[in-house]
Write a protein that binds this ligand. Structure first.
Ligand SMILES: [Zn+2]
Length: 120
C-alpha cells in the first residue's frame, strides 16, 4: 500500500489521521484561513486604490468645463495611470471600445494618442 505523506497547509508538518485532513489542528486551520482572508482584503484594497487613482488622473486631465481631451499616451503613463485597471468597457455603434474607470473613460487612438472622456 502506498502511503502519501500529507503536510499541513499552514505549518507544513506531516498530518496524521483522515485522508482529507489539510491541517494539523483547528489552530493551524484558523491561522491559515485568516491569512487567506487578509491577503484577499489587501488585494481588493490595492485594486480599488488603483481604480480610484486612474479615475482621478482622467478627471484632472480634462480641462474645466470640457467633456473630453486628447493626450499622448506617455503623458497618461507619466501621470501614473495604470492601463491594467478599469471598471468596465463600452463599445459605441462605430465599434470604438472605451475603457472606463467609473465615470471617466478613455479610447485608444492611432499613434499612441488617447481620447479621455467624461461620462458616456
Ligand atoms: Zn499545522
Amino acid at each position: 500500500m502506498v502511503q502519501i505523506q500529507r503536510t499541513c497547509l499552514h505549518c507544513g508538518k506531516p498530518i496524521q489521521g483522515r485522508l482529507d485532513k489539510k491541517f494539523c489542528d483547528d489552530s493551524c486551520r484558523n491561522t491559515y484561513n485568516n491569512q487567506q482572508n487578509a491577503d484577499n482584503v489587501n488585494l481588493i484594497r490595492r485594486i480599488n486604490h488603483a481604480l480610484k487613482k486612474n479615475r482621478n488622473i482622467l478627471q484632472t486631465l480634462i480641462p474645466q468645463g470640457e467633456e473630453l481631451v486628447k493626450i499622448p499616451k506617455d503623458k497618461l503613463i507619466r501621470e501614473g495611470f495604470d492601463l491594467k485597471f478599469f471598471t468596465h468597457v463600452y463599445q459605441n455603434k462605430k465599434g470604438s471600445l472605451y475603457h472606463y474607470c467609473y465615470d471617466y473613460g478613455y479610447l485608444e487612438l492611432e499613434g499612441d494618442w488617447f481620447l479621455i472622456v467624461k461620462g458616456k
